[in-house]
Design a protein around this ligand. Structure first.
Ligand code: SF4
Length: 141
């Protein structure tokens, strides 16, 4: 450990990462290029011996919907999780992965590529949320 409290890259065996294990999904990574445990410039696609995966990453449909889009469930949530996880596994940024997955699923819905039943369910939930918000706003006036 250096006097910054961080290990050197050599001590941590810093090296190229893999799709399943890389800095971008490690709890210690601090975008864009830092780590709280290892010194120097850190690339999100690399890896070291201290790797600790962020919980729920890559995502399942349920974990993605619970944290990043409560309007999703079933096939739509699974699709979003799969898109976001693929981006992160490829070394992509977590925030970009989430936004991209949500945008793509929205487009798939618009194009009818996610079932009408699923789409209807999501629309009903969105409508309920809008009505709930409106109710809260009116009760506070
Ligand atoms: S894998 Fe190692 S270098 Fe990368 S963020 Fe995690 S602790 Fe830091």
């Amino acid at each position: 450990m250096s006097d910054t409290g961080k290990a050197s890259k050599a001590t941590a065996h810093y090296r190229p990462g893999t799709a399943a294990r890389h800095c971008g999904i490690c709890t210690m990574f601090r975008p864009p290029h830092s780590c709280i445990s290892v010194t120097g410039v850190i690339d999100k696609a690399d890896l070291c011996d201290y790797f600790k995966r962020k919980p729920n990453m890559p995502w399942t449909g349920k974990s993605f919907a619970a944290k990043h889009n409560k309007g999703l469930s079933g096939p739509a949530a699974n699709k979003a999780a799969s898109i976001a996880s693929a981006i992160v596994r490829g070394g992509g940024d977590e925030g970009v992965a989430i936004a991209t997955a949500n945008k793509r699923v929205k487009n798939l819905r618009k194009r009818g590529l996610i079932s009408d039943r699923q789409h209807e369910k999501m629309e009903t939930k969105a409508q309920e949320r809008r009505e709930h918000r409106t109710g809260i706003e009116q009760s506070t006036r």
